[in-house]
Each structure stands twice: as structure tokens, then as C-alpha cells.
Write a protein that binds this ligand. Sequence first.
Ligand code: SF4
Length: 104
Amino acid sequence: MKSSRRTFLITSIGVASTLALSRQAAFADAPKVTEADPTAQALGYKEDAAKVDKAKWAKYAAGQDCGNCSFYQGKAGDAWAPCPMFGGKQVSSKGWCSAYNKKA
Ligand code: SF4
């Protein structure tokens, strides 16, 4: 491997991991989604899945919550974590919205 290519690769890896770290830091500081948020209203997001309007959101089934949704970006046990449906704002692990997709 030519040294300029190696240098490029090493630099790229460094930049990528720095970006990953700063994204992590941004996540921790990301604001929490409120139920008044227009996206939350459009998606029927509730901070407590038990309060989902079941008449309006027939697809909701007991046991579904952000913590077991494939979009939830937290680890098991994280009370809040970012969700891409809300531009990376944090949602409650006990919450739910109509974009719910069961984690495989
Ligand atoms: Fe929660 Fe999933 Fe909806 Fe995001 S997409 S708010 S993690 S149910």
C-alpha cells in the first residue's frame, strides 16, 4: 500500500471515529421529544405506551414500546434514547409511536 493511501485511510478512520464520538455526545444532550411536538402528534407518540389512544391507533398492541422498537438507539436499560423518527431527539423507552417496528 502506498503511504499516501495508508495515511488517507488512517486519517479517514480517525475522522470517522471522532464523528462517531461526537454523535454519541450529541445524543446524550439531545432534547427529549414532548407529546406536544408536531411530529409526536402526527405519529401518535406517547411517553407512556399505556396511554396510547387505542381507538385511533389500532395497530398498537400491549407490550410494544420504544425500548423494543428497531428504531430505538439506546442500549437495553436506557430510559431515554434518540429515535430517527424525531430527528435524533430522545424518546422514552416506555413510549410508543405509530412508526413502531418490533426489534428483530
Ligand atoms: Fe419509539 Fe419506535 Fe416510535 Fe421511535 S419509532 S418513537 S423508538 S416506537
